[in-house]
Design a protein around this ligand. Structure first.
Ligand SMILES: Cc1ncc(COP(=O)(O)O)c(C=O)c1O
Length: 473
């Protein structure tokens, strides 16, 4: 939904938007939306029991959990799925506290240097120490997490590392990490293994359990429903029950207790109920399970191949654009990628490129550091020197703070070859007419790029109030 939305551009033309910001959030899957719309006719709380609507809600909400477990290849005998927060962040914070509390003698967490802040800061906050695992290098371009370095860290800190938290797919470069192999190494050293699945769940197939090699099993995985085609759905945690059952759940309240007395209470001993205090986001969970079911019907392997082919085409074409730098190892045969490409055009700020793409080409991208500052910094420092003239070494840090960032184009199952072609055509034009575009913009006090003459008040495009007025008139 939203693929056909039209906006009027700086050129005066009105065109369809081309959505390249799926790593931030995916657009809504119409079929999942339609399932939820029909469900609303029966909607009731899962904590009510005996009326028809309550029974339907309770059963379908339970089905949503089961469906997600089977989608991720997580054996329901050993794993549970529960919903929390509005994305991945809440679940990672929750698991960091669980892992800390069930193994208090192990005070260190390890994360890779490519992590989103949501899979770095929770560990810094809840654990005593966090160590960062370096990446493989391919002639100076970073690739996936270096498994030899991971093993070296685990060996050196043996007995101290509680868990390793790693993203399945980078939200900056789309580089895929070998998570099952990483899990095996962690388990050899008695470290738990947590996967940030925010950029993985909608793009690549996954087996959380590997029957032929249980050392490769993933202990816990978290992902965001809003990045899996259902904005408005909750965050998802899939974790081994044996880990969660060792302590009282982090959140307490209605729905997760069997009995409450004035001086004590008794928590349910079954999952997922004990992990979900309060009324859950029932329509969100149902929409998400519907989307997941549809993804499975299409086939995750097929979707992965389609998206990888599109990314390979985009990379190949973008490599030919003068002055365009692609971050991370750009050869998909050397380093497997999916769904995301980040880049800069020499001599142009990322913010300017993103503004031009929007205002002149109706291409929606994200820019800046994508909540992955250490990773972006590692990649950008070298070519920052090329991007600004007459730089003094001592000024590099302050210039980095002013200029830091990239442009990110990210795809999803609705992205087409025509979309990729439109992006490439736009980037070629921007790269070949830098001065023309620069002269069309100025920056405001927040260093944001404002077009000199083209401005559209967003309420001309959409506003809640206008929408309500239309609906009630
Ligand atoms: C890799 C990764 N991890 C975690 C997050 C945080 O997800 P959310 O904002 O849904 O909590 C994101 C969001 O962009 C992400 O890309």
């Amino acid at each position: 939904m939203g693929l056909d939305t039209e906006y009027t551009l700086a050129t005066g033309a009105t065109t369809r938007r081309i959505y390249f910001d799926s790593a931030a959030t995916t657009l809504m899957m119409k079929a999942a939306h339609d399932v939820v719309e029909r469900f609303y006719d029966h909607y009731a709380n899962t904590h009510s029991i005996l009326h028809f609507g309550a029974r339907i809600s309770t059963k379908e909400y339970a089905w949503a959990h089961e469906r997600i477990l089977s989608f991720l290849g997580a054996d329901p005998e050993y794993y549970t799925c529960f919903f929390t927060g509005s994305g991945t962040t809440a679940g990672i914070n929750r698991l960091a506290r669980v892992f800390r509390d069930i193994r208090p003698e192990k005070e260190v967490a390890a994360v890779s240097i490519m992590e989103h802040h949501s899979n770095d800061l929770p560990h810094r906050k809840h654990m005593k120490e966090v160590v960062h695992i370096p990446l493989k290098q391919h002639n100076g371009s970073p690739g996936c997490v270096c498994l030899d370095s991971l093993e070296a860290i685990l060996k050196e800190r043996e007995g101290q590392i509680n868990y390793v938290a790693m993203t399945g797919v980078s939200n900056v470069t789309g580089i895929i990490n070998p998570i099952n192999e990483a899990a095996e190494i962690c388990h050899k050293y008695d470290a738990l293994f947590l996967v940030d699945g925010a950029q993985l769940a909608a793009h690549i197939p996954l087996g959380m359990t590997v029957p032929e090699n249980p050392l490769q099993n993933i202990d816990a995985l978290v992902f965001s429903g809003h990045k899996t085609y259902v904005p408005g759905s909750p965050g998802v945690v899939v974790a081994r029950k044996e880990l969660l059952s060792q302590i009282e759940p982090e959140e307490v309240g209605g729905g997760m207790v069997d009995d409450v007395f004035e001086d004590t209470y008794q928590i349910k001993d079954y999952f997922p109920d004990r992990e979900e205090a309060g009324t859950p986001n029932i329509p969100g969970a149902i929409g998400l399970a519907a989307a997941i079911d549809i993804l499975d019907r299409i086939g995750m392997t097929f979707l992965m191949q389609e998206e990888e082919a599109l990314i390979a085409t985009a990379l190949e074409k973008m490599k030919t654009i003068p002055d365009l730098t692609i971050y991370g190892e750009p050869d998909p045969d050397v380093c497997q990628r999916t769904a995301t490409i980040s880049f800069n055009i020499k001599g142009m700020d990322h913010g300017l490129v993103a503004a031009i793409l929007n205002d002149y080409f109706n291409v929606s991208v994200r820019n800046e550091c994508f909540c992955a500052h250490p990773y972006v910094k590692e990649m950008i420092m070298d070519d920052l020197l090329d991007m600004v003239d007459d730089i003094e070494m001592e000024d590099i840090e302050s210039i980095y703070h002013l200029k830091r960032g990239m442009v990110r184009a990210s795809i999803a199952m609705y992205t087409t070859e025509e979309d990729v072609e439109a992006l490439v055509v736009a980037l070629k034009d921007i790269s070949s007419r830098k001065d023309y575009y620069k002269s069309r913009y100025h920056t405001d006090e927040r260093n944001e790029y404002i077009h000199n003459s083209f401005q559209i008040e967003h309420t001309q495009q959409f506003s809640i109030e206008n929408c309500i007025e239309q609906l009630i008139s």
